[in-house]
Design a protein around this ligand. Structure first.
Ligand code: MG
Length: 158
């Protein structure tokens, strides 16, 4: 009666803020490049829910070739995945997110992300793990050229 899903996303960094991550606006001299608002946290979580449902992936549901999704608020993608879960009679038991970002320092924003994600998933913030780490200076992530996110979610029968 439980289903697990994982998600991964990565977006390139580009000059000019703000950075949108975990549904939170972060004042920062750069942003993530993408067709939508490029919120890699919400994208990875959306894919984790779709994965748990065996319902495809975010690229299938919201193609980045569709002008409809240009500049889209990624909260809408997560809400759509949640709606599929609810329709299939599942709810989120808990989720866990790891953000790999050399910069900015995210510790001051983790709580806000946790609360925003909880609200989007209809769960308590205690069911939402948000962790941030660097890539120890290694590779493109370590050079701050991109931000990557890993997510896991557990769905249970509602
Ligand atoms: Mg993405």
């Amino acid at each position: 009666m439980a289903r697990i899903g994982t998600g991964y996303d990565i977006h390139r960094v580009a000059p000019g803020g703000p950075l949108i991550l975990g549904g939170v606006r972060i004042d920062c001299p750069f942003h993530l490049l993408g067709h939508s608002d490029a919120d890699a946290v919400l994208h990875a979580l959306t894919d984790a829910i779709l994965g748990a449902l065996a319902a495809g992936d975010i690229g299938e549901l919201f193609p980045d070739t569709d002008p409809k999704y240009a500049g889209a608020d990624s909260a809408a993608f997560l809400a759509a995945a949640m709606a599929l879960a609810v329709k299939a009679n599942y709810r989120v038991e808990n989720c866990d997110v790891t953000i790999v970002a050399e910069r900015p320092k995210l510790s001051a924003y983790k709580r806000a992300m946790q609360e925003r994600i909880a609200a989007l998933l209809g769960v308590s913030p205690t069911a939402v793990g948000v962790k941030a780490k660097t890539n120890e200076g290694l590779g493109a992530l370590g050079a701050g050229e991109a931000i990557a996110v890993l997510a896991a979610v557990l769905l249970t029968r509602a």
